[in-house]
Unconditional design. Structure first.
Length: 345
């Protein structure tokens, strides 16, 4: 039971931070916020402060910052639709941006606590592509095909998303840089292409300035990971069954919590933050997709309005978002069914 409570809390914090972004920018632009809530469905508990009702809903799988005149006509001078297009763009974009900010804060905390896994080679597999290319233990990978490498995870990600592609690797050894080419070999046991290298054990502690910089790179890594995963889904390189909704996410968080307990609560804390980076960056990217009803879909209409200098009919926009919302609900129902089905496999 504890693991599910932890999962719901982490999930709730990420959603709450997203909605908080909308809330703060709405207030900053003088927009009336009627309700700020965590969860969906019937209200469990709530209170009103000033003009805004703050509430906790029954189902902890979402949240909302409900603004006056956001989806309907309103004569209130402080309604969403009465504000300039750039004010509205800032309010809509704030949710995803705040997700990236939260991911950054989580990354900085983790790096400040344990440091980073630098892209230093700890061991090279005998007769592997890396050994044949001349790479040795102690070498630090700095570039793969002109892509700058900052920590070891990026090597693994590059291999994952470039199955079998020959690569140009730049590495440092004794202060000098060398460039070599290698072609990953398929490993039947692991079911993927590998370079044949292992990370050096341990983490490198960083100073305050470097911690902040590496925090940015860590968020960039997870954004790229999410985008590339979506590309693989669209191109049928991964199956629909690999998608997870709230049920699957809660299960993953709960399982990670249980597995981390054997190492102590400090590692539980770090692993929860690490999952938080992935989920928050993922939510930010997904909400920026140009899909009706999502923040990205709303931004498309606002950008078109900014370019043409004229607002699109609210009825037409509302219909598009309504259709998008119904499609999203249908997709979520299918994903949730798939999540529940996988629980019993």
């Amino acid at each position: 039971m504890v693991k599910y409570i932890v999962a719901i809390i982490l999930f709730g914090v990420i959603i709450l931070f997203h909605e908080w972004g909308h809330f703060l920018l709405a207030k900053a632009n003088g927009i009336r916020v009627n309700e700020f809530c965590l969860g969906l469905g019937p209200t469990i508990v709530g209170f009103t402060k000033g003009e805004t009702k703050y509430s906790l809903k029954l189902f902890p799988i979402g949240g909302a910052c409900i603004m006056e005149g956001e989806d309907e006509e309103s004569d209130d001078s402080r309604s969403f639709q009465k504000k300039s297009v750039w004010a509205r763009i800032s309010v809509v974009a704030a949710g995803p941006v705040f997700n990236f900010i939260l991911a950054f804060l989580f990354a900085v905390i983790i790096i400040a606590c344990i440091g980073v896994s630098k892209p230093v080679i700890g061991d090279v597999v005998e007769n592997s592509p890396a050994q044949e290319a001349g790479i040795q233990a102690g070498d630090e990978i700095v570039k793969i095909n002109r892509k700058q490498i900052h920590f070891y995870q990026e090597i693994s990600m590059y291999t994952l998303f470039h199955d079998g592609d020959p690569v140009e690797v730049t590495y440092e050894r004794d202060g000098a840089r060398y460039t070599t080419e290698l072609t990953p070999a398929y490993d039947e046991e692991r079911g993927g292409y590998l370079y044949g290298v292992y990370a050096a054990p341990g983490y490198t502690k960083l100073g305050p300035g470097e911690t902040i910089v590496y925090g940015v790179w860590q968020v960039k890594f997870w954004i790229q990971y999410t985008v590339r995963s979506l590309e693989m889904l669209v191109t049928n390189q991964v199956s629909f069954n690999d998608l997870s909704g709230p049920v699957g996410i809660v299960k993953t968080i709960g399982d990670t919590y249980e597995q981390s307990l054997t190492d102590g609560y400090f590692y539980v804390f770090l692993n929860m933050l690490n999952l938080g980076i992935l989920l928050s960056a993922n939510l930010g990217v997904m909400n920026l997709l140009p899909i009706p009803a999502l923040d990205g879909g709303r931004l498309v209409f606002l950008v078109i309005e900014a370019i043409r200098g004229k607002r699109i009919s609210s009825e037409k926009e509302g219909m598009v978002h309504f259709i998008g919302l119904m499609c999203l609900f249908a997709l979520m129902a299918v994903i949730m069914f798939n999540d529940v089905r996988k629980l019993f496999l």
